[in-house]
Design a protein around this ligand. Structure first.
Ligand code: GLN
Length: 303
């Protein structure tokens, strides 16, 4: 496969959509990002890395961090996390409170905010420092020691974090958090604030395409848990648009309101696309279109 040629063609296809949609407005530090940017990278399982456009420019990973947090909890603590968070798509917005009361404080899945707060709580208990654990992992897996938190974004989220605080307090009232709400929120915001490029994220997500093997060949996840992360990405990774994403792209994927999406072709490669303009459900407009075109051109959707 000539990845570079495919990426050039995909970028040309997506170009008319770049700038469509809106950068996330509810986090002021993200609202100012220029929506007219686009990058895409592929990291294949043999170590090849290819990119197009703004693929080396760092952006706010936001909810893409939720996939790494889940993997780290499964690696450290095994399957016990599934007693505290479900594996079903929510069909509701990523920051919705509505299902929590019916389901006794157990979030539907680890990729909506409520579920990610539970995962962060568990990572904090297992490691004593959830956000630093994730940062070190992302630096090691991407091979980029400059991967860092963005304190401006973390502060902006904390200052406008009433919804996440409400979710955390509500779950705490059901006994589904072990650590203080303030601790869980702090680590969650730091994780969301990490800045990485498409290149960094595609490389760091390589273990998902390698059935759980890290970049250095050691095992992060047993094959079963690696399969679980990919499966939940497919069914829940793009929030209430997961059905549409599966139908258009047909890959496990995890998006973030920074405009990035990581997608996995198990056994072949990990992709990352970025364009800050979001649709109404918080997914990158040009990013989803680019991934749709990529799997159409290559025939490499999981379907
Ligand atoms: N930090 C964002 C939030 O908590 C992440 C949401 C997202 O990327 N969908 O709302």
């Amino acid at each position: 496969m000539d990845y570079q040629a495919v990426l050039e063609e995909v970028a040309a296809f997506a170009r008319p959509l770049v700038g469509r949609g809106q950068a996330a407005q509810y986090i002021p530090a993200l609202a100012d990002v220029d929506p007219a940017q686009f990058g895409m990278a592929v990291a294949d399982v043999d170590g090849g890395v290819y990119g197009v456009g703004d693929w080396r420019r760092p952006f706010s990973v936001q909810s893409i961090s939720k996939a790494f947090a889940l993997a780290l909890v499964l690696a450290e603590g095994g399957n016990k996390i599934w007693e505290r968070v479900g594996t079903e798509p929510s069909g509701n917005a990523f920051n919705s409170l509505v299902q929590l009361e019916y389901e006794n404080g157990i979030p539907r899945n680890p990729f909506i905010n409520a579920g990610a707060l539970v995962v962060t709580d568990r990572l904090q208990t297992l490691t004593g420092d959830a956000s630093t654990t994730m940062l070190e992992f992302l630096r090691a897996e991407s091979g980029n020691p400059d991967v860092a938190f963005d304190p401006v974004v973390a502060k902006s989220e904390a200052e406008h974090g009433d919804r996440n605080a409400a979710l955390a307090h509500f779950m705490a009232s059901y006994g589904n958090l072990d650590n203080p709400v303030s601790t869980v929120l702090e680590h969650y915001f730091w994780q969301c604030s990490v800045e990485m490029s498409c290149r960094d994220l595609a490389v760091a997500g390589g273990f998902l395409a390698r059935h759980g093997l890290r970049a250095d060949g050691t095992r992060l996840l047993p094959r079963r848990e690696a399969k679980q992360v990919n499966a939940v990405m497919l069914t829940c990774g793009t929030y209430d648009a997961a059905g549409d994403f599966a139908y258009r792209v047909g890959l496990p994927g995890k998006s973030g309101v920074g405009g990035g999406i990581v997608a996995v072709i198990p056994g072949r490669c990990t992709l990352c696309v970025w364009s800050p303009g979001l649709d109404s459900r918080g997914n990158s407009v040009a990013g989803v279109a680019a991934l749709d075109h990529f799997t159409t051109l290559t025939g490499w959707s999981v379907f």
